[in-house]
Design a protein around this ligand. Structure first.
Ligand code: PLP
Length: 388
């Protein structure tokens, strides 16, 4: 261990990483500046622009001088609309005082982990996982225990989870649909997870960022199962559902005592989300219709095109049940995911994310986003052909 000096950072930051995706993005930008055309599959953004009605609501809020401090947990109008949405769509039995507005899914997860984890607490995390999740856990001093999702599905979820359980296990972190794999847990699997956490008296942090991008079943919120609400902190975001990634708007729902701790975490981090953005969020929840359904049909078409194309080229790729990522195997190259991603970028101008960015269980894969145009998918597949 290094000696602590006046210039040391807090010990718990020693295990916190910086997003490798940013490094990849910088490389792509440099290549574009040199004049290369890049087939960009590395992103994590919905393809549409934010609906006009949402932007108009923000402009109106500015015109109406709704620009002053709002309650740090959210404006009452938005909290009421979110509570109604959570009750109806997610079947989460929340009261309005259990809902808070946060600065995107990331901030909701930050507040949730801060609220419940003490140093050395262990978190069961399905893996491969969305990279920041592990860093958010590390920032509390907590420890991540990876649970391979495919192994759990194949060999039994409870048995696999149980093999990772210790006396320090405090909570299970669940994300369905999952990023990067697109895996969606079905109702029986969710029930099994619910039974497991109840048997072992664990809490759940449920990341539902992709709740509106689920192809062949209804999205299921684990907090809707009987007896689950009291032990679940559920995190939602406007980013993917309403194409609002840059607005930084999300919400979380949890019962007491957790929600008070989360409110404190928000109060002492951002002191709330910008007021005009919250009015825009209200328009999103109450006035946008048909947007998600239209996008879902487009995502499905692009998913099928990319995944079938990858399989035809010999990249073994499971059909994702949700989100907008494909996660094909690149094992036949006999190289690391980092090497294959670098090779595809330099030799075929195809940008992807190496699977190991999403933890050791992601090694042997690349993440492709299909939230890109049909033309990009077709041209990208064509460029991949030389590696078939
Ligand atoms: C699984 C998952 N959870 C949460 C988020 C956070 O979304 P945001 O902070 O943009 O609202 C993302 C974003 O990519 C994600 O992929």
């Amino acid at each position: 261990m290094s000696a602590v000096t006046s210039f040391s950072i807090a010990e718990r930051f020693s295990d916190v990483g910086f997003s490798e995706i940013v490094i990849i993005r910088n490389k792509i930008l440099a290549m574009k500046r040199e004049g290369h055309q890049i087939f960009q599959f590395e992103g994590g953004e919905p393809f549409p622009n934010t609906p006009q009605i949402i932007k108009d609501a923000c402009s109106q809020a500015l015109a109406d001088n709704k620009t002053r401090y709002a309650p740090s947990s959210g404006i009452p109008e938005l909290l009421a609309a979110l509570t109604a949405k959570l009750n109806k769509k997610n079947k989460i039995p929340a009261e309005s005082s259990h809902v808070i507005v946060v600065a995107g899914g990331m901030h909701g997860l930050f507040a949730a982990f801060q609220a419940v984890l003490d140093p050395e607490d262990e978190v069961l995390l399905f893996s491969p996982y969305w990279t920041p999740t592990k860093d958010l856990i590390s920032m509390t001093g907590g420890k991540t225990v990876l649970v391979n999702t495919l192994k759990a599905i194949k060999e039994g979820i409870s048995a696999t989870l149980k093999a990772h359980l210790t006396s320090k296990t405090r909570l299970l972190c669940l994300s369905s649909p999952q990023n990067p794999t697109g895996i969606v847990f079905n109702k029986e699997q969710m029930q099994e997870i619910a039974n497991f956490v109840q048997t072992h008296n664990l809490l759940v942090i449920s990341d539902e960022a992709y709740e509106d991008i689920v192809y062949d079943q209804e999205h299921i919120s684990i907090a809707s199962f009987p007896e689950m609400y009291r032990r679940t902190l559920s995190c939602f975001t406007f980013s993917k559902s309403y194409a609002m990634t840059g607005w930084r708007l999300g919400y979380t729902v949890a019962p007491e005592p957790f929600i008070t701790a989360m409110k404190q975490s928000v109060l002492y981090s951002t002191n709330g989300v910008s007021t005009p953005t919250q009015w825009a969020g209200l328009a999103a929840i109450t006035q946008v219709s048909g947007f998600m359904e239209e996008n879902l049909a487009i995502y499905r078409q692009r998913r099928d095109l990319l995944v079938n194309g990858l399989n035809e080229l010999g990249f073994d790729c499971a059909m994702p049940g949700g989100a907008f990522y494909a996660f094909p195997s690149i094992k036949r190259f006999g190289k690391s995911s980092r090497e294959v991603a670098a090779m595809l970028l330099s030799e075929a101008k195809i940008a992807t994310v190496p699977g190991n960015v999403f933890g050791p269980d992601g090694e042997g894969h690349l993440r492709f986003s299909y939230s890109v145009s049909v033309e990009t998918i077709a041209a990208g597949l064509e460029a991949l052909r030389k590696f078939a």
